[in-house]
Design a protein around this ligand. Structure first.
Ligand code: PMP
Length: 318
């Protein structure tokens, strides 16, 4: 029996370089119940970033960082890709490293969710745990010390200071949002981790239309449960973060986020991660204020990942 002929697209998907081509072009989601109290002319949409092959928005940044490092010669096959991460960037590096044949070593805060550690272990990456009390800053300090001690052995990707991080969003996320809303977007709302998402997407949307309002979200206190987000006033400030890009900054509470995570799952069928729920809290606040003023808006936010890595959290049980 003759084997069926594979078309060229099927073949190219198993090619090592094509992992990049699976990243991005995520759907833009609408809502039913959560937005039912808003007038017709105040709309909310969210990019479903868990549709990326590594399961999060960080596939975009990691793939651009790796591509740029290979292009510039900073990453060669005799070097180990090194960085600090709270999880998602690490998962993206692990996937891309495996696909392209690079070894990966990651510094993680000791309290990252067990699901994240399990995924990284499955990909076979080398993990160094830092003091959980120091959070992501402890991981940053640890990785900097190793990169400085053995510069020839490692390519230190440094997502917090690498322009390829925000440029990934300038070249993809921002363009996609503009096209998917047919240029009607008026507000972009996103949380801050490295700030790559907000910087790159915000800059691109403002380049398309300077009137687009960019709103950054942060945890409302230094001690919070919003994994992936940074409280900028009390944390090591990322080099790529420009605090003057956003037109407005809103603090989000962990408690309101947990309530929203359950509502998104139960009222909309979107089983999203904690930072996605936090983004929705901020986005709804913005939408309600606009509606109260009687104005129109097309507000876009971004759901960085889904809930699969956070299912051990007890707030789901309420
Ligand atoms: N949410 C989650 C779950 C993340 O992993 C990250 C990345 N740390 C972010 C939000 C923030 O994205 P960015 O680094 O682009 O600011």
């Amino acid at each position: 029996m003759a084997l069926p002929q594979l078309d060229i697209h099927t073949i190219s998907q198993v090619d090592a370089s094509s992992i990049d081509s699976l990243i991005g072009n995520t759907p833009l989601l609408g809502f039913r119940k959560l937005t039912a109290h808003l007038p017709e002319n105040v709309r909310i949409y969210a990019k479903a970033e868990w549709m990326n092959p590594g399961g999060s928005v960080k596939d975009r940044a990691a793939s651009n960082i790796v591509r740029e490092a290979i292009r510039s010669g900073a990453l060669t096959h005799d070097k180990i890709l090194l960085d600090s991460t709270s999880g998602n960037t690490g998962i993206a590096y692990a996937m891309i490293g495996a696909a392209k044949g690079y070894r990966v070593k990651l510094f993680l805060p000791g309290n990252v969710s067990p699901e994240r550690t399990a995924i990284l272990t499955a990909y076979g990456v080398d993990i160094v745990y830092t003091d959980p009390l120091e959070g992501s800053d402890g991981a940053i300090r640890g990785v900097r010390a190793l990169a400085a001690a053995e510069p020839d052995k490692y390519f230190y990707a440094d997502q917090y200071n690498n322009a390829a991080n925000w440029q990934a969003h300038y070249n993809t996320t921002g363009v996609e949002i503009w096209k998917q809303t047919h240029g009607s977007v008026t507000h972009f709302v996103a949380g801050l981790g490295t700030s790559g998402t907000l910087m790159g997407t915000g800059r691109r949307l403002k380049d398309y239309d300077a009137k687009v309002q960019v709103i950054s979200l942060q945890p409302d206190s230094p001690f919070h449960g919003l994994e992936g987000w940074k409280h900028m006033q009390s944390a090591i400030k990322p080099g790529i973060y420009d605090e003057f890009l956003a037109d407005r900054d809103i603090g989000i509470s962990t408690e309101a986020t947990y309530v929203m995570a359950r509502r998104l799952a139960r009222d909309e069928g979107y089983l999203v991660g904690i930072s996605a729920a936090a983004a929705m809290v901020g986005t709804l606040q913005v939408a309600e204020e606009i509606a109260a003023r009687g104005e129109e808006a097309v507000i876009v936010t971004l759901f960085p990942d889904n809930a699969y890595k956070y299912l051990s959290e007890s707030f789901w049980k309420q």
